[in-house]
Each structure stands twice: as structure tokens, then as C-alpha cells.
Design a protein around this ligand. Sequence first.
Ligand SMILES: CC(C)(COP(=O)(O)OP(=O)(O)OC[C@H]1O[C@@H](n2cnc3c(N)ncnc32)[C@H](O)[C@@H]1OP(=O)(O)O)[C@@H](O)C(=O)NCCC(=O)NCCS
Length: 178
Amino acid sequence: MPTPAIRCATAEDAPPLAAFAARVFPLGCPVTDPSDLESHIASELSPERFRALIEDPNLLVLLAESSQSIVAYTIAARRSPHPAIPATPGELRKLYLDPAHHGTGLADALLHCALSTLNAEIPRPLWLSVFSGNPRAIAFYKKWGFEVIGEQIFLVGTDPQKDFLMRRPASAELIAQY
Ligand SMILES: CC(C)(COP(=O)(O)OP(=O)(O)OC[C@H]1O[C@@H](n2cnc3c(N)ncnc32)[C@H](O)[C@@H]1OP(=O)(O)O)[C@@H](O)C(=O)NCCC(=O)NCCS
């Protein structure tokens, strides 16, 4: 399998990125009512939504391609949308790989790329929200120094799911890891 190439997404990537995101979204959340899943995909993972995300200067949208197909993407944000989190932290909003690339180091490469970009501006703590019943993702984030600091509800359509809030400090020790 060729090594995937990582790059910033452009507006032209919005339709294939939306199609990829819709395909892999169910990997990160529990089985939910098909209508809730459809509603989430229609509102949050449409080509129009991805075009807006790609064009948002506060967001970094990275994708990985192999043989001209998208095999992974991540979105990181410079601002915090939650009042309980101080203004300076960044947010890791999405990190999704095609299952064929799980365990290959591609997730590390994408996160490394996102953190290098965010921390080139200013070293900052990072937070994320992950489905509480997603042990693989939680284990991955713990390897990267994230710790569970709380919980919140994430709505998939009308289905309330329990997410863990995780935070990674901006310590020199952790920054030295990548
Ligand atoms: C989450 C994700 C990006 C992580 O990438 P990855 O390549 O699978 O991660 P890694 O293999 O490097 O690390 C996962 C770790 O979890 C461990 N793990 C796997 N299944 C596990 C389980 N059921 N319970 C606990 N740990 C588990 C693995 O052994 C590995 O640890 P190790 O490297 O010490 O062996 C990827 O799995 C993915 O895209 N998942 C589907 C989408 C998703 O859930 N995204 C997160 C949404 S917030």
C-alpha cells in the first residue's frame, strides 16, 4: 500500500471529503437510529458544510490520500467553542481513518501535522470530545497525552450520546514528542 500523502484540503475537496466523512462517521459512534444518522450526515457532513469548514480561517482541515483516494482526515480549531475552556486552547474536532489504515501510524502523522501547525503559532493545550464507548480512539488519544477531564452530550440527530472531554497540556515535555 503506498504511503498516504498529507495535505491541506481545498474547496474542490469538499464533495469527496463529505462522502468519505459520511462513510467513516459511524466508526466513531454507536449504532444509532438510521434517521438520526441520516440527519447528522445531512446537516454536519454535507459538501456545503465541508466547503464552509475548509474556508474557515479558524480551522485547519487536513486530508491524507492514497492512490488519489481520501483515506483519512482531521480538523483542528484554533478557538474554543465552550465557555468552560479558556480562550487559548485548540480543539481537535475530527480524526477519521479508513479502517484499512488503522494501526499504520497514519493517525500519528495526521495529528503530528495538525499540532505542528497549531503550535507553530503558539504552544497551546488542546481539547477534544470523543464518544465514551470508543475505546480505540480513547487509547490513541491517551498515547498522545490527552486525559479525560469531563463529559458532555453529543447529539447525533436526536440521539444524545455521552462523550468524554479530553485535554492535552501544552507542556514542553509533550510538545517534544512530535
Ligand atoms: C481513532 C483513530 C484515528 C486512531 O487511529 P489508529 O491508527 O487506529 O490508532 P493506533 O492503532 O495508533 O492506536 C490505537 C490504540 O488503541 C489500542 N486499542 C485498539 N482497540 C482497543 C480497545 N478495544 N480497547 C482499548 N485499546 C484498544 C490499540 O492497541 C492501540 O494501542 P497501541 O498502539 O499501544 O497498541 C482510528 O482508529 C479511527 O479512525 N477510528 C474510527 C474513527 C474514530 O473513532 N475517530 C475518533 C472520533 S473522535
